[in-house]
Ligand binder design. Structure first.
Ligand code: SAH
Length: 347
């Protein structure tokens, strides 16, 4: 790709041909990589200024009925110490978060049959009653249309469900036979149809992932037009079948964040904890590559290390207040500012 055409292509990345996208994914030209990140950062600055949205992550259960090969809380991992937070504990995390300036709470967990629609509706209603000015995001996997509707009616605003990979063959290499890409996509379509601000995404460098898979991920996300896009490097967990698989890289994750920012300028894109885990300044670099969200942990310290999706996860020993202060400083150092805001998607 000739130099002078970089910026032109970056500015129109949503319309770029598959072969141009692939060329960018594959390039070893450091100048092109740097120019891509600079263009993406400029786009994020234009959309959001130097403001960074925060989401308070509450990891409320690590029980899971699924057996995803990459995940540390898969049901076959009998070394995992299981826990679930009570409604009161969840509400207390929210209150703590509210006092620290959070206006979005994210309830994330394994697919835990204990949390039936009835139980979820009760928790969601209670959170929304106590914090009517806050957004509530769910990240609890695949459920029925009826379930998604009930939780939306109870007040849930957003839903995160990474598609994990847009290639069905690749999907089958990461998941047991019971789980299918088709069902995951049905769920995503249902969520969007119901009216949730919907997030999807994938792991970068997951086992067996090819460049063509990543290209399919980009094209899928462009077509689906989610309001939120979560990507982070795959990191192996020592008690999973993928214990010996190589982790995703910082460089490739940053490149994909940048490409997604340019393709969907308004999307809410977090610099994920996984990115902060593979590099001490991973989250800062994610922001500088075009991300505009961070998701500090509000879970009680006693459960932090038990929500172990991958090895060496950061922030497992810190109080929420320490976590947010550390992030505030990190963002300030690179010229950004954490704001008290729901941080909704803007058309
Ligand atoms: N049960 C919910 C939440 C899953 S945890 C659901 O099914 O959506 C959130 C995300 O963590 C997953 O979507 C996956 O992309 C990511 N994740 C899981 N294991 C990981 C690993 N070993 N390395 C990096 N990310 C991982």
């Amino acid at each position: 790709m000739p130099n002078e055409n970089y910026n032109n292509i970056f500015a129109n990345l949503a319309k770029a041909s598959a072969s141009n996208l692939k060329e960018i994914l594959l390039t070893t030209d450091q100048k092109l990589h740097d120019a891509l990140l600079a263009a993406s950062r400029a786009t994020a600055l234009k959309q959001f200024g130097n403001k960074i949205y925060i989401r308070g992550l509450i990891e409320f259960t690590n029980h899971c009925k699924n057996d995803c090969y990459y995940c540390g809380i898969r049901c076959s991992n009998n070394k995992a110490t299981r826990y679930r937070l009570s409604k009161e504990e969840i509400l207390s995390c929210c209150q703590n978060g509210y006092d620290l300036g959070f206006r979005t709470f994210v309830l994330q967990g394994g697919e835990d049959p204990f949390f039936t629609d009835e139980v979820m509706v009760d928790i969601i209603s209670a959170i929304k009653k106590l914090h009517p000015n806050c957004a509530l995001t769910l990240s609890i996997g695949e459920r029925s249309l009826k379930s998604y509707k009930a939780m939306f009616s109870a007040g849930a605003d957003r839903y995160l469900l990474r598609h994990e990979t847009a290639n069905a063959k690749h999907y089958s290499l990461l998941h047991p036979e019971k789980l299918s890409l088709a069902n995951r996509l049905d769920c995503l379509n249902n969520l969007k149809e119901i009216g949730y601000q919907t997030g999807t995404g994938f792991m970068v460098g997951s086992p067996f992932q090819t460049i063509d898979n990543l290209l399919e991920d980009l094209l899928f996300i462009k077509k689906f037009e989610p309001q939120m896009i979560g990507i982070g490097p795959f990191i192996s967990h020592h008690d999973t079948p993928f214990r010996d698989k190589t982790s995703g890289t910082l460089q490739q994750t940053l490149r994909l964040i940048a490409m997604l920012r340019l393709m969907l300028p308004k999307a809410l894109i977090p610099a994920t904890t996984a990115l902060g885990t593979i590099d001490p300044c991973g989250r800062e670099q994610g922001i500088l590559a075009g991300a505009n969200v961070v998701m500090p942990n509000l879970s009680p310290i006693v459960v932090r290390s038990k929500y172990s999706l991958y090895d060496n996860k950061i922030c497992t020993g810190e109080e929420a207040a320490e976590c947010i202060n550390c992030l505030k400083m990190r963002m300030q150092k690179i010229g950004y500012e954490i704001v008290v805001d729901r941080g909704d998607y803007r058309e």
